[in-house]
Ligand binder design. Sequence first.
Ligand code: AR6
Length: 199
Amino acid sequence: RTLRTLYQASILAPAADPALVRFKPLGTLLDRVSLYQGDITRLEVDSIVNAANQSLLGGGGVDGAIHRAAGHQLAEECRTLHGCDTGDAKITKGYDLPSKHVIHTVGPIYSSKDADEDAEMLTSCYRKSLDVGTANSAFPSVSTGIYGYPIKDATHIALDVVRRYVETEDKIERVIFVVWSDADKDVYQNLLPLYFPPE
Ligand code: AR6
């Protein structure tokens, strides 16, 4: 089974709204991980993860897209959370999004001088997001946009944490890695088989 079929097989036939993507529930370890290229705000899942900043009051990148699609009630709920530390994660409702919840996590702002600490923080983002998360969650590539984390290093961390987690925690039904660019998709497609080897 190739990775290409892995991520194609995991997407259901188009919904009534052609831009909305639904995923069917699946069982095996390999089937519990998907790669999707596109807009995370169009996924109908239990939760999507937001690459937020410590204020949780919105910003650019995927954070801006999520707040725009969720509507102003999301910022209102976020205000009641009084921010979030780097490496931590907090959950809210999804409001106007097709996903039920948003998990806001704050990745490290990458610095090559503090690469070890940044790696610990990014590991923590994925782990805490899975801890607070629900059965199905979709992750963007946290910290690798405006926060400058090198995509390959970040992807190794994302895949390693998720592999360990889905192996030991039954509550996670599916994790969807969401990429925006072709370059990031290539990185995930190359590294996914290392952590989730095809049978
Ligand atoms: N769907 C999926 N992925 C997306 C989308 C989308 N709609 N839009 C962007 N990406 P970034 P960071 C990808 O910069 O590096 C904000 O201002 C994007 O291509 O959104 O953690 C926050 O408020 C990249 O691969 O997040 C913080 O201040 C990935 O999402 C800061 O940016 C993450 O890029 C956080 O920076």
